[in-house]
Design a protein around this ligand. Structure first.
Ligand SMILES: NC(=O)c1ccc[n+]([C@@H]2O[C@H](COP(=O)([O-])OP(=O)(O)OC[C@H]3O[C@@H](n4cnc5c(N)ncnc54)[C@H](OP(=O)(O)O)[C@@H]3O)[C@@H](O)[C@H]2O)c1
Length: 345
C-alpha cells in the first residue's frame, strides 16, 4: 500500500454539539483525512461518489448531548450509506482492488469512532463493502444501505416471511417502505401498503396488491375487509393501528416496528403497548421492536438478492454535497418518497 500524505484533508459535514440540523451541521472543507497509520490490514479507503441520508442521522444529531458524548467521538460526521471507488487497500484485502466500484454500509463502530459517510473519503473494511454491478449506478447503490438492509432484516430475519403470507406495510412510500414492498413481492408475499393519496400509485407500481390511503379512508375498516394478515411492518409507530389489531390480524399474527428514537414520547408509546390491557383498548397481539444489525452475512445475502431480483432504489431527490442541509430539510419533512441521495460532485 502506498503511503498516504499525513497532511491530506477531505471535505466533511460535521457537528460538534446536538441540536436542529441547520443549527449544528457545518461544512468543513479541510477535515483531516485518513492516513496510512489509520489502516488495518483488512481496510479499504473509498472515495465516496454518492451517499444517502436516513432518519437515524438527524435523530442522533438531535438527541441528548450527554448521550451523544458517550456514544461518539467528536466532531461527528453523519451518514452510514455510501457508494464509491476504492483508492487504497490494506495488505490482507482479497478480491477487491484499487479502482473497483463498491457500495456499502459503514460499520456502527466506525461511525462512532471516526465518523460517517457524509464526506468525500471514508475508511471502511471488506465486511462492509460489496462490488457494484455495472448495471447499478452509484446514486442508486448509495440508497441500499440502512433502508434496504432494514427492510430485508425485518421481512426475512425478524418475520421469517413465507410465500403466500400477507403483510401490511405501514409507511410503504418511505426509504424503508419502498424496499420492503419490492422485497416482499419478490419473496412471494402479498403486500398491502398504507400511505397518503399522492403515494398510492408509487406503492402499487412497486408491487403492492392493495393500497390504502390513510388520509381519506378508514384504515382499520379497509384492513378488516382485505385481511386477515400475518404481519404488520410498522415503519411509523402507530399505536392506534396496533390497538385495533384484532380486527385485521390472524390470531398468531404480530406487529414488527422499527420507528423508535431516544425520546420520552417514544418510550411512553412503547411502554403503553406493552402494559395496556385488552379491556382498556390494548392489543393481545405481540409487538416486536427490532434494531438494524446489518451483520456481514446479512448484507451479503441482501446484496445478492438485490442483483438477482432487480430491486431498485426509489429516488426521492438528489442533492449536491454542498447542499446537504437542503437534503436534511427534505428528510425532516417526513414526506420523502424513497431515498434522498447526496452526490459528491
Ligand atoms: N430500528 C431500526 O433499525 C431502523 C432502521 C431504519 C429506519 N428506522 C426508522 O424507521 C422509520 C422509517 O424510516 P424511513 O427511512 O422509511 O423514513 P422516511 O423515508 O423519512 O419516511 C417518509 C415516508 O413516511 C410516510 N409517512 C409519514 N407519515 C405516515 C403515516 N402516518 N402513515 C403512512 N405513511 C406515512 C411518508 O409518506 P406520506 O407523505 O404519504 O405520508 C413518506 O413517504 C424512521 O423512524 C426511521 O428512523 C429504524
Amino acid at each position: 500500500m502506498e503511503s498516504i500524505d499525513k497532511t491530506a484533508t477531505k471535505a466533511a459535514w460535521v457537528y460538534n454539539t446536538s441540536g436542529p440540523v441547520r443549527d449544528v451541521l457545518k461544512l468543513d472543507k479541510e477535515f483531516p483525512s485518513e492516513t496510512s497509520e489509520d489502516f488495518k490490514p483488512d481496510d479499504i479507503l473509498v472515495d465516496v461518489v454518492a451517499m444517502s441520508i436516513n432518519p437515524i442521522d438527524y435523530k442522533l444529531m438531535q438527541t441528548y448531548k450527554m448521550l451523544l458524548k458517550l456514544m461518539f467521538k467528536f466532531p461527528v460526521i453523519p451518514g452510514l450509506d455510501f457508494a464509491g471507488k476504492i483508492v487504497a487497500t490494506g495488505p490482507d484485502v482479497r478480491g477487491l482492488k484499487v479502482g473497483d466500484h463498491v457500495w456499502g454500509k459503514q460499520a456502527v463502530a466506525r461511525y462512532r469512532s471516526q465518523g460517517g459517510t457524509l464526506t468525500t473519503r471514508i475508511l471502511t473494511d471488506t465486511k462492509c463493502v460489496y462490488p457494484l454491478p455495472d448495471s447499478i449506478s452509484f446514486n442508486d447503490a448509495a440508497g441500499f444501505g440502512v433502508a434496504g438492509i432494514t427492510a430485508w432484516e425485518g421481512l426475512v430475519e425478524a418475520m421469517h416471511v413465507k410465500p403466500g403470507q400477507r403483510v401490511v406495510i405501514l409507511g410503504g412510500s418511505g426509504g424503508v417502505g419502498t424496499f420492503a414492498i419490492q422485497i416482499a413481492k419478490a419473496l412471494g408475499v402479498e403486500v398491502t401498503s398504507i400511505s397518503s393519496t399522492t403515494n398510492l400509485q408509487l406503492c402499487k407500481s412497486l408491487g403492492a396488491t392493495h393500497t390504502i390511503d390513510y388520509k381519506s379512508e378508514d384504515v382499520v375498516a379497509r384492513l378488516g375487509e382485505t385481511g386477515p394478515y400475518d404481519y404488520v411492518f410498522d415503519l411509523i409507530n402507530d399505536n392506534g393501528l396496533y390497538n385495533a389489531s384484532s380486527k385485521f390480524l390472524k390470531p398468531d399474527g404480530a406487529f414488527y416496528g422499527i420507528a423508535g428514537d431516544v425520546s420520552l414520547g417514544y418510550m411512553g408509546s412503547a411502554i403503553s403497548r406493552k402494559l395496556r390491557p385488552k379491556v382498556l383498548g390494548g392489543s393481545s397481539h405481540a409487538y416486536h421492536n427490532y434494531l438494524l444489525k446489518a451483520e456481514p452475512k446479512t448484507i451479503k445475502e441482501f446484496a445478492e438478492f438485490v442483483s438477482e431480483n432487480g430491486i431498485k432504489t426509489v429516488t426521492d431527490s438528489l442533492y449536491n454535497f454542498d447542499h446537504a442541509l437542503a437534503a436534511f430539510d427534505r428528510l425532516t419533512s417526513h414526506r420523502a418518497k424513497g431515498k434522498i441521495i447526496v452526490k459528491m460532485d
